[in-house]
Write a protein that binds this ligand. Structure first.
Ligand code: FES
Length: 177
């Protein structure tokens, strides 16, 4: 079994089975044990379901990041995306249509050219925060995730809804099987 499997199993054991939905929501606003730091560093990426939300936890160049697992554009699986720097910022590149999302803020980045500035040169611009990011903390070698429950819709929220998970996602799986 891989270390990511170990981490995943330990977290799934802790979460949920005898909880009411109210308890899940309350628990999701607290730091939630994800796994041992060394295991997550080794795995680099861990996919977790916390409080009904699928979150991708990543370790990249000395830092931990946590971000909604499905891309804000059309639900692409970010756990399969590459991490690259754009404009000096680490971003995950969605494997479906190559949208770039900053790991620290969840901003969507794009390149634009100002035709009034010569010579023409593309520059990186932000669409604003599109992907909900979450907080990762460490304590004594353990890593915890706290969901970002801030009010106000963020585009990636749609792909975390019950409707999306229970109908659209399952339909898509059926079509590909
Ligand atoms: S689904 Fe991610 S870029 Fe389209």
């Amino acid at each position: 079994m891989s270390s990511s499997d170990d981490v995943s199993k330990s977290a799934e054991k802790v979460w949920g089975e005898n909880m009411s939905s109210d308890e899940e929501v309350a628990a999701a606003s607290r730091p939630y044990f994800i796994g041992k730091k060394e295991n997550i560093i080794q795995a680099r990426r861990v996919l977790k379901s916390v409080g009904g939300r699928d979150v991708l936890v990543m370790y990249h160049q000395g830092d931990f990041y946590a971000i909604d697992a499905r891309c804000y554009h059309s639900g692409g699986p970010l756990q399969e995306g590459d991490i690259e720097d754009f404009d000096g910022r680490p971003c995950i590149v969605c494997p479906w249509h190559k949208y770039k999302i900053t790991l620290d803020e969840g901003e969507g980045l794009y390149q634009a050219v100002d035709p009034s500035v010569k010579p023409l040169k593309p520059t990186w611009c932000s669409k604003g925060i599109k992907q909900r990011i979450h907080t990762v903390t460490e304590s004594n070698g353990d890593v915890f995730l706290t969901l970002n429950n801030s009010p106000g819709a963020i585009d990636s929220d749609y792909y975390q809804t019950e409707k999306y998970r229970d109908t659209i996602l399952k339909e898509g799986r059926k079509k590909t099987n």
